[in-house]
Write a protein that binds this ligand. Structure first.
Ligand code: FES
Ligand code: FES
Length: 162
């Protein structure tokens, strides 16, 4: 067992972790962060995507011990002061989900995309989200939501953060 310290959604946790423990299992099973779902457990679907030190990562592909010392943000930590993150609001307003299973990971990946490209084309959005699978929506409304969030953040001068 290794002793690790992580910050998750602004709270510091000290945990004992077996070397084989995946970050997504630490988040869900130990810390109760069940807003981060598991889709495939093999790095393919993107449902488990979180931010680690400001960049998106598939938390089923990261060992908990590798995350030692990291600042992690899950979808549960995006809202501030009772206000949704602009990306969350855009997904709601553009009806960018049906079952919602992919949505937490899709939102985290979309925020990361805007960090590199604050005004992406539709093609860039589709390319940037290719590691996140949605089997319900056909992606059109997801692309619209990311475009809307980019516009909202640009109009408000809000830095793209998560
Ligand atoms: S559950 Fe992690 S990529 Fe599918
Ligand atoms: S909304 Fe169902 S998988 Fe994307």
């Amino acid at each position: 067992m290794a002793r690790i310290t992580v910050i998750v959604d602004g709270v510091t946790y000290e945990e004992e972790a077996e070397p084989r423990l995946l970050l997504v299992h630490l988040l869900r099973d130990r810390l109760g962060k069940t807003g981060t779902p598991i889709g495939c457990d093999t790095g393919n679907c993107g449902a488990c995507t979180v931010m680690i030190d400001g960049r998106s990562a598939k938390s089923c592909s990261v060992l908990a011990v590798q995350a030692d010392g990291s600042d992690i943000v899950t979808v549960e930590g995006l809202a501030t002061g009772g206000e949704w993150h602009p990306m969350q609001r855009a997904f709601h307003e553009e009806h960018a989900l049906q079952c919602g299973y992919c949505t937490p990971g899709m939102i985290m990946a979309a925020i990361d995309l805007l960090k590199d490209d604050p005004d992406p084309s539709d093609e860039a959005i589709r390319a940037g989200l290719e590691g996140n699978l949605c089997r319900c929506t056909g992606y059109c409304n997801i692309v619209r939501a990311v475009r809307r969030a980019a516009q909202t953040m640009s109009d408000s001068g809000r830095e793209v953060t998560a």
